[in-house]
Design a protein around this ligand. Structure first.
Ligand code: NDP
Length: 281
């Protein structure tokens, strides 16, 4: 039976460490502040934003909420970002995605100062990751690295296979595993004989966006399987990209959905906010 990697426990551990650290900074007169901007009232975004605010409260980070109307223009949003870039008391700026279609998302993400880019989406942050410089790391893959490290699963010298090459998960995931000295292969929708490639993996990270696609036939016995996918099924239950029932009996370690990678994303966002205060001292 595989070890279940518990993202709830590990994310709470990280948040508690951050909380203690933030209290020390506060005692030294330093406050940490995250600006969260939401445009329009997409229901899922409202839930994500509210969870981020709750995490800030828990840790002791001040959050500045900008709830802007749907009809906000690119220029209006850019003006707010410029103002926040210039404020010394704001450590992190986050624009909740997706923004409404009429807003130029690329322009918005480029406008956020790379020194406050706590989501790690700015091309400068992506570049810093790829050349091994200090900088913000995309939160979900950074969370995966923490899950592995805190479970005592070594990455150095291991065969790591990532399925998915999106800019927010697959590509930064591959770069982070490489930075940890893994031997990394990235698969995508054009990969031939996917199961042959994934069966080589000691560590298999799955970020495809297809419910329960990865079954036991894609997994080597004893492998660590990290499921980034998250889907709500017709019966209201959540599931991942991995068919947990089929894979768990042969894996060495596995993340469940929910309660695996999911809770790590916000914990790593909080980590980035605290790191921002120190990186930009
Ligand atoms: P994208 O849809 O942007 O990317 C999916 C990737 O999977 C693409 O690179 C695609 O290849 C590849 N792919 C699709 N079908 C196949 C296939 N049959 N065989 C091999 N590769 C395939 O998804 P994201 O990276 O944004 O997200 C992936 C999953 O993770 C989703 O379920 C999402 O909900 C979840 N997620 C969870 C987060 C969390 O906090 N837990 C955060 C972010 C995402 P190609 O490039 O060739 O099209």
């Amino acid at each position: 039976m595989a070890i279940r990697i518990d993202g709830k426990v590990i994310s709470t551990e990280i948040k508690d460490e951050l909380k203690a650290h933030v209290a020390e900074l506060a005692a030294a007169g330093k406050e940490i502040c995250l600006a969260v901007i939401q445009v329009g009232n997409d229901k899922a975004s409202t839930v994500y934003v509210s969870n981020k605010k709750k995490a800030c409260e828990y840790i002791g980070i001040k959050s500045l909420a900008y709830e802007l109307p749907e009809e906000t223009t690119t220029e209006e949003l850019l003006a707010i970002i410029e103002e926040l870039n210039a404020r010394a008391d704001v450590n992190g700026i986050l624009v909740q995605l997706p923004v409404p279609k009429h807003i130029d998302e690329e322009k918005i993400l480029l406008a956020i100062s790379p020194d406050k880019d706590v989501d790690g989406f700015h091309p400068v942050s992506v570049g810093r990751l790829n050349i091994g410089q200090k900088g913000f790391r995309s939160c979900t893959p950074a969370g995966v690295i923490q899950l592995l490290k805190r479970t005592g699963i070594a990455i150095d010298g291991k065969e790591c296979v990532v399925i998915g090459r999106s800019n927010i998960v697959g590509k930064p995931m591959a770069a982070m595993l490489l930075a940890e000295n893994g031997t990394v292969t990235v698969c995508h929708s054009h990969t031939k004989n996917l199961a042959e490639v994934t069966k080589r993996a000691d560590i298999l990270v799955v970020a495809i966006g297809k419910p329960k696609m990865i079954t036991a036939e894609y997994v080597k016995e004893g492998a660590t399987v990290i499921d980034v996918g998250i889907h709500r099924m017709d019966d209201g239950k959540l599931c991942g990209d991995v068919d947990f029932e089929s894979v768990e009996p042969i894996a060495g370690a596995i993340t469940p959905v929910p309660g695996g990678v999911g809770p790590m994303t916000i914990a790593m966002l909080m980590y980035n906010c605290v790191a921002s205060a120190e990186m930009n001292e």
